[in-house]
Design a protein around this ligand. Structure first.
Ligand SMILES: C[S@@+](CC[C@H](N)C(=O)[O-])C[C@H]1O[C@@H](n2cnc3c(N)ncnc32)[C@H](O)[C@@H]1O
Length: 247
């Protein structure tokens, strides 16, 4: 099932106002981690899967990329990206990752920030990514950490009677599949670390780096609760490369 919660007007408004606050998990944890593993972007042809408002696409151009294609299932997001992060070297396309059909296109780098956990068929996604990469091309993506997606309720923090946080209760880890989010009808998909990694390997990618990021120091000043990332990670960032032997 393809999901498009970002075209729900109330959700979209809330999301964009949160992102525009500049005080989010993305700003202090996820984006710094993604950027820390980027190769040189000079002259690169880049695909951003689930590009959202286009900030990352713009960042790539500002850092030397020759061309970026940003795709997103949400009309709202693509409109916003075209308005706020428009550039002659960026092409935003409103389509889902599942339906994306870019035959005859190849990319040096494919990036996907926090979109993969919305996709039901991870294996097909990785197969598509591999087919769209040039030889030696790289794939960098972030997704919610399996420690966090293995849950039946919104939060697995356990507090004592005085409200002191005791621990994160990891449970149902091996039970892959749909996890219902706090918004009705929104599904995120839980996958184990081995599924995330072995699928990449099976589809012909070579693992280069994994990060389980914590907050950067500014984040801890501006959002003290990010200290909890030391106790359990919210995200995982994975970098893989297409081998020069693959077609
Ligand atoms: C958490 S937002 C991240 C946006 C952007 N990557 C960023 O980091 O700012 C997730 C994005 O993935 C998009 N998305 C979710 N499911 C998708 C799908 N099946 N195909 C394409 N985009 C999808 C959403 O519309 C949303 O823009």
């Amino acid at each position: 099932m393809k999901q498009n919660i970002y075209d729900n007007e109330i959700f979209f408004k809330g999301y964009t106002s949160l992102r525009n606050s500049g005080k989010t998990y993305n700003d202090f944890i996820e984006q710094p981690a993604i950027k820390s593993v980027l190769p040189s972007l000079d002259g690169k042809n880049i695909l951003d899967l689930g590009c959202g408002a286009g900030d990352f696409a713009k960042y790539c151009i500002e850092n030397g990329a020759s061309k970026v294609v940003g795709i997103d299932i949400s009309k709202n997001m693509i409109e916003y990206a075209n308005k706020e992060n428009n550039h002659e070297k960026i092409n935003y396309i409103c389509t889902s990752i599942e339906d994306l059909d870019l035959q005859n296109h190849k990319f040096d780098l494919i990036v996907s920030s926090l979109a993969v956990h919305y996709i039901a068929d991870y294996s097909a996604t990785i197969e598509k990514v591999t087919s769209l990469l040039n030889k030696n091309g790289e794939f960098i993506f972030s997704t919610e950490h399996p420690i966090v997606t293995a849950r039946k309720k919104m939060s697995n923090w356990v507090d004592d009677n005085e409200g002191n946080r005791l621990h994160w209760a990891l449970d149902n880890y091996q039970e892959e599949g749909e996890q219902h989010w706090y918004i009705d009808g929104v599904i995120k998909y839980h996958r184990t670390i081995s599924t995330l990694i072995n699928t990449l390997i099976n589809k012909g990618l070579v693992l280069e780096k994994i990060i389980e990021p914590q907050s950067i120091p500014t984040g801890l000043e501006k959002m003290p609760k990010l200290i909890n990332e030391k106790r359990r990670p919210s995200f995982i960032v994975i970098k893989a490369k297409k081998s020069s032997l693959e077609r």
